[in-house]
Design a protein around this ligand. Sequence first.
Ligand SMILES: [Zn+2]
Length: 460
Amino acid sequence: MKLSFYGAARTVTGSLHYIDAGGSTVILDCGMYQGPRLESHERNKKMPEKAVNAAACLLSHAHIDHSGSIPYLVKRGFRGSIFCTRATADLLRVMLLDSANIQQRDLEFLQRRGVPAVEPIYDIDDVEEALKRLVPVRYGSWFEAAPGIRAKFLDAGHILGSAVTLVEATEGSMTRNICFTGDLGRRGMPILRDPEALPACDVVLTESTYGDRTHPSGQETEATLAAILRDQAARRGPIIVPAFSLGRTQNLIYALYQIFKRGDAPRMPVFVDSPLSSKVTKIVSQHRDCFDDEALAVLGADGAPFYFPEIRYIEGVDESKELNDRSGAFLVLSASGMCENGRILHHLKNHIYKPNAMVLLVGYQAQGTLGRRLHDGAQLVRIYGEEIEVKARVQVLPAMSAHADRNDLMHYLSPVARSCGQIFVVHGEPSAAVSLGDAMRGMGCAQVEVPNPGDSFDVV
Ligand SMILES: [Zn+2]
């Protein structure tokens, strides 16, 4: 019995791991590597044959860095089942179609500018083929993934439909329980239930995105957000928020709803300017089965907390452009979350030179992205080939993150760290992964590894 690591090893994107047991291989996730365009393209095109030939894929959640290479996997010949929760299956359709469309738009944009462009690695037809292979399952129900490998999903509390995957693998007389955290959520975050406790198991694969950092609490974040809204209301300036369509956007909308309802800040127009964010928010609003008690208590017949009088979901480009000339305080939520593409670029271009504007960063900003340059205080940025002076204030609201921080990870992992034999720390930059690994060793786990891509380990 073996575990092997391919993607999201000493990095945070391209999640893909293998379990070999009893002659079968299953893959955990099949995510897209996200980074500089050409490098990403090269890496994503190198889909290993081992993944293509796997018997099944166990998908933890619908974020593209975990699911985005599935259509390419199927295009390359994968013929197994892709197991995921029901909510993940619903989200996957819009997420993967959007991913195919982004690749096509990127190609056309670069071709128009005469820049050498890369072909999309899949198109919408490939997405449709991939969706046929989805097998939605309920949280908590065992299913057979391959001969000798069964699995069940537990609530990971990270985004809608997200799952911790528990795998029971058998080889000869040996049976081991392997627990893959996927992306783990935080305790006390809005809308979704908290992550379920990790079950007793022999092996853990844990994420470590924030393995070396802690976030402020959710209440502190709402208070900070309310203060920002009051401030911008007084300055009569726009707030531009690059936000991931899935997860971050809904958490922010929920927080705005609560702040306005309590009267903690003046009500102001909120524009959600991303067709994907609008579609995803609709799917989230329909999955009450995944909500926590607090969210269930504020659900209103009028659509609250996702639909309320101040919020407008923009569809057309013309409506989006009208925001360029709008004055006064208002808030625009747009994608992409790291300012790499999408309508957020237009909003940044049209507002960041204004001293009364604010850019509010609510998520992880990877190296090499425009979001990271703004985060690091760049005075001059290039958007659509134009150099623009950054006069807007740039504020970071780290606690909007849907990832467990170091304290949360310790809370979830410590009960199993002593009893399980092996822990593999994945899905983190090296410093975060190594730091969490050291902590796990300190808790008495016999074998803790921070695997490199391509590493393979015997399950003991
Ligand atoms: Zn995620």
